[in-house]
Each structure stands twice: as structure tokens, then as C-alpha cells.
Design a protein around this ligand. Structure first.
Ligand code: SAH
Length: 362
């Protein structure tokens, strides 16, 4: 049993089962034993690989997208360039390099990283040495001013609650003890008024998920973008309108039991982009349609960029480059599973790569 499993088992024995969200929060960010607090999980030797770690082209396309949005908004001469959940700092490094192509933009950018894990902050500081970056604990701590923001695989790492529809209401998935081991179970049947809107599209037995932290974070981002200018580009895996159990644990590039050895595997859930879109709109920002990652990257010109980079490569390096392009864009790989959405000031057009969200409250 891991140290964290012992701590959680003792808490549950004393106080009763805990929500899935409380369980996830400790698994990911427990100050001593959390997954992100104790390790650097990315890459071939880690547990999973993310788009910026696959190829520099991912950050280059996001950098181009922000550069055009910055130019379209009159090139503000001081702005916050923020990333939430920056991992190893690779994406921010690629964006900072790319925006040098827009005269004056790098000088105007103040890079700010929102990161909860001290271990990953240290890693980001190495990657971004000499770039003038600073760190914040939460999005609320960002300095005021035009905000150009990216988040890749951040929202999927936020704790979720799960509810199973049953006769007479909803039963929340909880983590309790079965024969001394952590195990999921169902809490008492309750009529959660906040879930009444989901009675129309669910049937008894269905599971729905909600991410309590996501709307507040999306609202804070959109308030700033609407008030000060800028744009926020959110990339994650998920879809429109959540339905079903999407909790997954990944260790060493393979799926694992989310309730075994807590703190040693990444835990994620699909992101509900409808929730982000509604929060953006309610905060007064313009909202784009959700677009598959592959389509978004193609619209921004990733294939032309891939061809240009390929000209300097041969042999195994060329093969790896071609595979990386395919992995980021192909519908059978990350191209369709991952989605992208943005918010922007209401008077401005959507950033390049996006179309406006045409159907209000789809
Ligand atoms: N964007 C990176 C890493 C994704 S992993 C990439 O694409 O490679 C998720 C990141 O979010 C990690 O850096 C993790 O420490 C951070 N994170 C998770 N929960 C957070 C929270 N509540 N606040 C701030 N950062 C968080």
C-alpha cells in the first residue's frame, strides 16, 4: 500500500467515504505524496506524452495563433502571456520562440505560469531560464492587463465528481473501503437540484461527471479577456456535453486501476467543452466553436511547417518527425480525441484557426 493509500484509508475509516473529487485532488496534488508534487511524469521514460513534448510544431502553431490575435487587437505593448498547467515548460518555450516572428511581441510579453506543483515549477524554471517568467498559484493571481493564455491538458487534471442516475434521483460515486482496500462505491440516493437539467438526456444507470473547479477558472479567464483584451486557447481531450464515466489512470503509458496505489498514476477525465463555452459566454467574452485538434493545427498551417522542417532531416530523425506530425493531427491519433476552444473580446473576431460558435447554448 502506498503512503497516500494509508492516509486515505485512515481518513475513510474515521470519517466515512470521500467524493471522487476529494480522492483525485489528493492523488494529484497531495503536498507530500501527490502525483504532480512528487514526479515529472512526461515523456518516453515517464507515464504519458503530451502534444508539446511530441513536437515543437504544436507550440509553434499556438504561438502563431496568439501572434495573429495580438496583431488583430492593435499590438498592445504590454500583455500577460500566461499558461496554466505548464508541465515541463516546453509549450511556453516554443511559444516564446515563435512570437519573435511578430516584431515587438516578445518584448511586450510578460510570461506568467500558473502551476500548483513545486517540483514542476522547478522544472519549468530550468526550461525557461533567462526568459523573465514568473509563477502564480492560481489564475486569480495573474496581473491585470491584456491576457493571451494557453492551457494544454490542464482541465483534464482537475478533480471531478461522478453521479449515477438511479430510481428516485442520483447517487454520487464515492471512494470507500472494501476489505481494507480503497474501492469505489455509491453514496445515498439524493435529488441534486443542480442535476435536474440532466434528467432529459440520461436514463437510470447512466453516469454523468462534473468538474467543480472548471467553471470558476473559465469565468476568471473570460472576465479578463473581455475586460482587458487578449485571447485564451484551451486544448484538451473531451467533447461537448459530458455523458459516461471517463475517469482514467495512466502509468508508464498504459491504463491502470484508478484506485490502486494512489499518487503513482496520472488521473484524468474528459473535459466538457460545453461547460467552458457557457462560462466564457456568461462572463461576457466571445466564444468560438469547439474544433478538433487536427483540424485546428491544419488550419494554422502545420503541414507546411512540417514540410519545411523535414527538408533539414533524414533517416530516423525524418521518420520521427513524420510520425510526430501524424500523431498530432491524424483522426486516429490525437487529431480527433483532442479538441480546442477559445474565448476572445466580444468586439473582436475569433483568433485564427477558429470559427465563431454559431448555436447559442447548443
Ligand atoms: N501542459 C503540459 C502539462 C499537462 S499535465 C503539457 O502539455 O505537457 C497538467 C499540468 O497541470 C501539470 O503541470 C500539473 O502540475 C498542473 N496542474 C494540475 N492541477 C493544477 C491546479 N489545480 N493548478 C495549477 N496547476 C495544476
Amino acid at each position: 500500500m502506498t503512503a497516500l493509500a494509508g492516509i486515505l484509508a485512515a481518513r475513510i475509516a474515521a470519517q466515512g467515504p470521500i467524493s471522487l473529487a476529494d480522492y483525485m485532488a489528493d492523488c494529484l496534488l497531495h503536498p507530500l505524496h501527490g502525483y504532480y508534487t512528487t514526479r515529472e511524469p512526461f515523456g518516453a521514460g515517464g507515464d504519458f506524452t503530451t502534444a508539446p513534448e511530441i513536437s515543437q510544431m504544436f507550440g509553434e502553431m499556438l504561438g502563431l495563433c496568439l501572434a495573429q490575435a495580438w496583431a488583430d487587437q492593435g499590438r498592445p505593448d504590454l500583455f500577460v502571456l500566461a499558461e496554466i498547467g505548464p508541465g515541463r515548460g516546453t509549450l511556453m518555450a516554443d511559444i516564446l520562440r515563435t512570437i519573435r516572428a511578430a516584431p515587438g511581441m516578445r518584448e511586450a510579453a510578460r510570461p506568467v505560469l500558473v502551476e500548483a506543483s513545486p517540483a514542476l515549477r522547478a522544472r519549468q524554471a530550468e526550461t525557461l531560464a533567462g526568459q523573465g517568467a514568473c509563477w502564480r498559484d492560481t489564475i486569480a493571481g495573474l496581473p491585470d492587463g491584456p491576457l493571451f493564455l494557453v492551457a494544454n491538458e490542464f482541465f483534464d487534471a482537475l478533480p471531478i465528481r461522478q453521479f449515477r442516475r438511479v430510481e428516485g434521483g442520483w447517487s454520487e460515486v464515492q471512494v470507500g473501503l472494501a476489505e481494507g482496500r480503497l474501492a469505489p462505491g455509491l453514496g445515498p440516493v439524493t435529488d441534486y437540484p443542480a442535476l435536474s437539467g440532466r434528467l432529459a438526456d440520461t436514463r437510470p444507470g447512466d453516469v454523468i461527471e462534473c468538474c467543480p473547479a472548471a467553471p470558476a477558472i473559465a469565468t476568471e479567464i473570460a472576465h479578463r479577456v473581455a475586460a482587458f483584451g487578449g485571447a485564451a486557447v484551451i486544448v484538451d481531450y473531451g467533447g461537448w456535453h459530458s455523458l459516461g464515466d471517463t475517469l482514467q489512470a495512466v502509468r508508464a503509458h498504459a491504463s491502470a486501476d484508478p484506485f490502486a496505489d494512489p499518487g503513482t498514476a496520472d488521473l484524468t477525465a474528459h473535459v466538457d467543452f460545453e461547460v467552458l463555452a457557457n462560462a466564457f459566454r456568461a462572463a461576457g467574452a466571445g466564444v468560438t466553436a469547439m474544433v478538433p485538434q487536427g483540424v485546428f493545427l491544419e488550419r494554422l498551417g502545420i503541414t507546411a511547417r512540417a514540410q519545411a522542417l523535414a527538408r533539414g532531416l533524414s533517416g530516423a530523425a525524418l521518420d520521427a518527425h513524420v510520425a510526430a506530425h501524424r500523431r498530432l493531427t491524424h483522426p486516429d491519433e490525437m487529431g480527433n480525441l483532442f479538441k480546442v476552444i477559445a474565448c476572445h473580446p466580444p468586439a473582436c473576431p475569433p483568433p485564427p484557426g477558429f470559427a465563431p460558435l454559431s448555436c447559442p447554448r447548443a
